[in-house]
Design a protein around this ligand. Structure first.
Ligand code: FEO
Length: 170
């Protein structure tokens, strides 16, 4: 059984993951209309992954006797300036998510909720990978700068980047 404090904290994380999915969906759409299919498909896949992160939390809260809430979400931006700015935003966003996961883990320890603490270890590991992937992409884009040919190759390249398949949600 989750306590009210844990339920509230997990519901807050559900909202963060849902908003992450929305942000990456907006990035996918923006990249697609610019004609960068590789970046767009990467972002669409990433958006799906965030939805899976959200669903995994929803199922957990309900299984533990809580009630997962679906809240309203903040509207993401429509455009993202340049790819460099967009991937910087993605990296900064993932760092923020990692901080939120760490805060959640901290709450579970204070509440002595070891089941939730154990459940959250998956997210801790996932955030290490997500940050590393975002950093790798950012390094690539920083090398390219505004070179048009480089951006074309980058678009092809990013298609090949393997993202996590995400958790299985039953
Ligand atoms: Fe679900 Fe990318 O954090």
């Amino acid at each position: 059984m989750v306590s009210d404090i844990i339920e509230k904290a997990l519901n807050h994380q559900i909202r963060i993951e849902a908003e992450s999915s929305q942000i990456y969906l907006a990035m996918a759409s923006w990249a697609e209309v610019q004609g960068f299919e590789g970046v767009a498909s990467f972002m669409y896949a990433h958006s799906d992954e965030e939805r899976m992160h959200m669903l995994k939390l929803v199922k957990f809260v309900n299984e533990r006797g809580g009630h997962a809430e679906v809240s309203d979400l903040t509207k993401p931006p429509v455009s993202f300036g340049s790819f460099k700015e967009m991937f910087q935003k993605l990296f900064d966003h993932e760092v923020m998510v990692s901080q939120k996961i760490n805060e959640l883990v901290d709450i579970t320890l204070k509440e002595k909720d070891y089941a939730t603490h154990n459940f959250l270890q998956w997210y801790v590991a996932e955030q290490i990978e997500e940050e590393a992937l975002a950093r790798t992409i950012l390094d690539k884009i920083n090398l390219i700068g505004d070179d048009k040919g480089g951006l074309y190759l980058f678009d092809n390249d990013v298609k090949l980047l393997v993202t996590n398949p995400g958790p299985e949600v039953e």
